[in-house]
Design a protein around this ligand. Structure first.
Ligand code: FE2
Ligand code: ZN
Length: 307
């Protein structure tokens, strides 16, 4: 009898350690785009996000812009803060920091500044210290892995200053993982398609691929998509279906193919992307509004692979 009790106790203790190691060594987050629009999809996506965040112990939400339709927020007391944000993303598991990125709709009438002014004030979760910024996440005690996010304001990517900042931030990053974030997709087979200024010459794309940036997360096209290149390190992930939907464009797809890239997955369905990073491997999961995993892939940290 005593032996059985000791055995059970030992099992419980070792399982607890395994569980703690498992949770501590991981960083999970949600990528949500083009979401601040009151539709029947928005509430369902919010519910699915809450469930995923709880199941995966999500540490933060990363928005990829078009946070408030149609013209951003016009003040710190704009009712849209409640109707499109606070009243919708109510699951307790979404009571985590929201690192926010600006989209073209957020910029109307110079309104983007109100999302910056709202930084950790209008709602403690809202994190936007500037129009564009970087932040670093340190993994829990487990792995000691650092992940740097470079959050660009791509509505201004025609401006030389913004392009210069983005390139500098990418080349300067010395974190274990470097991840770039912006509203406009560098590559997309959706309605808007790829963004020429970000793709071309002394470009954002080139800097990301040279510096082994693992992911570029974007929105703007209202779909979920994964684009990759067989011998380039950056994965292009679009999470733009937080509320609205666009179909694929055959012309945009042809352009992606002509550039030598492959659209590994495309779906015009409401949803979001969930990411879990554990040491040098990331698991990227595409989830629809019903909470179903509709696609996933694993990515090895290209920086670690190069060592
Ligand atoms: Fe949008
Ligand atoms: Zn947009």
């Amino acid at each position: 009898m005593a032996k059985t009790v000791v055995f059970v106790l030992m099992m419980v203790i070792s399982l607890s350690f395994l569980w703690i190691a498992n949770v501590q060594g991981k960083t999970s987050f949600i990528v949500l785009g083009d979401w601040g629009y009151n539709s029947s999809h928005q509430a369902k996506v919010a519910k699915a996000m809450g469930e995923w965040a709880e199941a995966n112990n999500a540490r933060f939400v990363l928005t990829v812009g078009d946070n408030f339709y149609n013209e951003g927020v016009s003040s710190l007391t704009d009712p849209l803060w409640n109707t499109l944000y606070r009243d919708v993303y109510v699951d307790p598991s979404l009571n985590i920091t929201w690192y926010a990125c600006l989209g073209n709709h957020d910029h109307y009438w110079g309104n983007a500044i109100y999302q910056v002014k709202a930084h950790q004030t209008v709602d403690w979760r809202w994190y936007m210290p500037n129009l564009y910024y970087t932040f670093e996440i340190q993994d829990h005690e487990g792995d000691q892995v650092t992940i740097e996010f470079i959050v660009a304001d791509t509505e201004n990517c025609k401006s030389k200053m913004q392009m210069k900042w983005m390139k500098k931030a990418i080349t300067r990053s010395s974190a274990d993982w470097t991840i770039a974030v912006g509203h406009h997709p560098v590559l997309s087979s959706g309605k808007h398609g790829s963004t020429p200024t970000m793709y071309s010459s002394s470009s954002y794309r080139k800097a990301m691929e040279e510096e082994k940036v693992a992911f570029y997360f974007s929105g703007h096209d209202h779909s979920l998509e994964h684009i990759s290149h067989s011998n380039r390190p950056t994965e292009y992930v679009i999470s733009g279906s937080g509320s609205k939907l666009y179909d694929r464009s055959e012309e945009s797809l042809q352009d992606v193919v002509d550039k030598g890239y492959t659209s590994e997955f495309f779906e015009s369905t409401p949803g979001f992307v969930g990411v879990t990073i554990h040491n040098n491997v990331a698991n990227v999961t595409f989830v629809d509004k019903g909470g179903n995993v509709i696609y996933w892939f694993l990515k090895e940290n290209p920086r670690a692979a190069a060592i």
